[in-house]
Unconditional design. Sequence first.
Length: 278
Amino acid sequence: MVALPSLPIPLLRRQKHDPQDAPTSLADVLAGVALRRRLGENPNPVIVSCQGVERVYKVGGDEVRALKGIDLELRRGDLVGLMGRSGSGKTTLLNLIGGLDRPTAGKVIIEGQSVGELSDAAATELRRHKIGYCFQSFALLPVLSALENVELPMHIAGMSPRERRRRAVELLDLVGLRRRMHHRPFELSGGEQQRTAIARALCNRPSLILADEPIAELDSVTGLQILKLFMHIRDVEDVTIVIATHDPTIHEVADRTYHIVDGRIARVETYEDAMVQV
Ligand code: ADP
Ligand code: MG
């Protein structure tokens, strides 16, 4: 028999945090938090600028003109809505703002870089470091816990285990899921899954969060709480947030809402405008 080399036995460490005093619900997180409303001009630097943006899809021999000339400017700390019916062009615009796609005409400039002129590698870098995405379907990996799902992009980005664990716990705390962080997605409610996905979108400290129909699968109470969570995140992380939705609840949280009709911005409504109508 060959003697096995003696292996060091890892010491069992006690968990440092006390999950008992962590919040369980978003209402707990938001209780007592004054959600800041931005009124009037935002003096911060421009993060995204769209200039005469068009996008034509070629399908067989046909052309679909999904965007027909979009001009907009987003500044750091803006929280804006893209509102419109299904097929109006919201997802197409989000994909362009996020560097996932390139315009057929016009320019999309993200932090001074024109997306259409970037190499594929540079566009990937831009997406990885500057942009966080949230989707309607949450897109969590079912075999991983909430904590592991949030850690995954930081793992891919090469962050040290200690640092990515610290950041993941901090973010799950921010979204009120500290007590649920070892649960897998199927053990979480829809709202909790979306909160996990929002924490994941924030992990690489992006300057821009893009959320495509993030409340479409949630009931109205949970949906409003998720929108308020975006307000809270804007304040804590100082990011720019764009939310595409067909849900008019967006008016309650957005500084302004771009109404998209048939590939064009039909009008821009500020929070003050929306509240005057109520
Ligand atoms: P929304 O997100 O507001 O529902 P989309 O941006 O998904 O709208 O779609 C805008 C228009 O572009 C629609 O007419 C849609 O059918 C078309 N479209 C979107 N993506 C593609 C694609 N990959 N190929 C062809 N047409 C597309
Ligand atoms: Mg869409």
